[in-house]
Design a protein around this ligand. Structure first.
Ligand SMILES: [Zn+2]
Ligand SMILES: [Zn+2]
Length: 461
């Protein structure tokens, strides 16, 4: 399978028909590029498979034709497999500075020091093999999310990556509305689009609108305030630091992943200079209760997280007492319900007051709801839409929205569908075998057997 000089091929190996472990290939003029290389977690359903990733066998067998891995942003479902799979692919990696810093740390921690990591400025255009690539700034729930405009002599595709349209993103430059709006003049032969929230009506809320409700909760609290959130959501952590300052409390983060993220945000210019210095976790424990405001890891019930330890009264630096407040500034990812509920139950039995996103406006999603999808389709006006980053139900809902926005060719495909994209539509040329790899306790990768793979694919939430 060698892509012809006049065709543009699209082949998802992971992340289409499922949420997690994204890996998408584009082929043109004798070469391929890979967009993202992510992992997913077995969760409650498959606890014996902690870390899973797409099997890259198809592209590993052709790696001399792989011009690069292009990273859209730094979430685990987009970059998490780099340390495990890069040795099978050995090609340049392209990313914007924040994502590159995350990728570099990941690679170094697994002993890879010979990967060529090329930093791209948001908005930059460059050549990767026969492809012209442009990074277009979006908003999401981590600094520097990007859509990729992938150009070829056979036409251009907008690969949205994960996105929302956030007018008050808190940190970062915001989404590039003029560039997105101008895409209607290109015109695009396809838009490959995030479907995570395609079944959610309305618009996704803005990050900047969380300050007030979080402050209101803080004003009611008398004991310690502990907020759990995703470590990579720097804007959320900045909001929490600002709330703490207004309340006259000391702010600190608890949990290694969060400490590392804040350090990275500082190093890359995403942590505002006007905020007071963070208090180290070990000092938080010595403060009077009413002065403590901590952000911590563990919003998904991870057993080794700071919140899990706090709920068991096993944390080295901090403890919780009856009357303290714990806020879940996060969404429970499907598949993690049991783990989260276990922690919440333990917190309740300590007498802690719990607040979740079901009870107060303490979280906004990083993905486009139905009206956000409509807006972007109206701006870009692509001739085809391929929904990705969702279960079959999400993909179908996104295709329906595209159709309602007069997109001529909305098309649902699955992992392994080899597609030719052209001005006359999307043609499925055939199926490429796809699979999953699991990380074994000894650090090696093993293929998931076919029967288990079917079971995993049937277990979608
Ligand atoms: Zn993401
Ligand atoms: Zn994602």
């Amino acid at each position: 399978m060698i892509p012809a000089y006049d065709e543009l091929l699209f082949l998802p190996l992971g992340g289409t028909g499922e949420i997690g472990m994204n890996l998408t290939l584009y082929g043109h003029d004798g070469a391929w590029i890979a967009v993202d290389l992510g992992i997913t977690f077995g969760g409650d359903d498959f606890p014996e498979h902690d870390v899973l990733m797409p099997d890259p066998a198809f592209i590993a067998a052709r790696r001399e034709r792989l011009a690069g891995i292009l990273l859209t942003h730094g979430h685990e479902d987009h970059i998490g497999a780099l340390p495990y799979l890069w040795k099978r692919l050995r090609c340049p990696i392209y990313a914007t500075p924040f994502t590159a810093a995350l990728a570099r740390t990941k690679l170094a921690r697994s002993g890879i020091d010979d990967a060529l990591l090329i930093e791209i400025a948001p908005g930059e255009r460059f050549q990767a093999g026969p492809f012209t690539v442009e990074y277009i700034a979006m908003t999401h729930s981590i600094p520097e999310p990007n859509a990729l405009l992938i150009g070829s002599s056979a036409g251009a595709v907008l690969h949205t990556g994960d996105w929302k349209l956030d007018d008050r993103p808190g940190v970062g430059r915001g989404y590039d509305h003029p560039r997105l709006f101008a895409l209607r003049r290109e015109p695009l032969i396809a838009m490959v689009c995030d479907s995570t929230n395609a079944i959610v009506p309305g618009r996704t809320g803005f990050e900047g609108d969380l300050y007030k409700p979080l402050l209101a909760l803080g004003e009611q609290a008398t004991g310690r305030i502990v907020v759990t959130a995703f470590a990579s959501n720097i804007a959320r952590l900045v909001t929490l630091a600002r709330v703490a300052r207004t309340l006259g409390r000391r702010f600190g983060v608890v949990g290694q992943a969060m400490e590392r993220m804040v350090a990275l945000a500082r190093a890359t210019g995403y942590w505002p200079d006007d905020l007071p210095d963070l208090l180290e976790a070990r000092h938080l424990g010595h403060l009077p209760r009413e002065e403590v405001f901590a952000a911590c890891t563990g919003s998904q019930g991870e057993p080794r997280s700071a919140l899990a330890r706090l709920s068991l009264d096993l944390h080295r630096d901090l403890l919780l007492d009856a009357g303290d407040t714990v806020i879940f500034s996060s969404r429970m990812i499907p598949g993690n319900e049991r783990a989260v509920e276990r922690i919440q139950q333990r917190l309740r039995s300590l007498g802690v007051r719990l607040v979740t996103d079901g009870e107060a406006a303490v979280h906004v999603s990083g993905h486009p709801a139905q009206d956000d999808l409509r807006l972007l389709y109206q701006w870009v006006q692509p001739s085809a839409v391929i929904p990705v980053h969702g279960t079959p139900r999400h993909l179908a809902a996104n295709a329906e929205i595209a159709a309602s926005c007069h997109v001529p060719n909305p098309r649902v495909v699955q992992n392994g569908d080899l597609c030719r994209l052209s001005r006359s539509g999307i043609q499925v040329l055939g199926q490429i075998e796809t699979g999953r790899l699991t990380l074994q306790p000894d650090g090696r990768l093993a293929s998931i057997p076919k029967d288990l793979l079917q079971k995993m694919r049937a277990t979608v939430h």
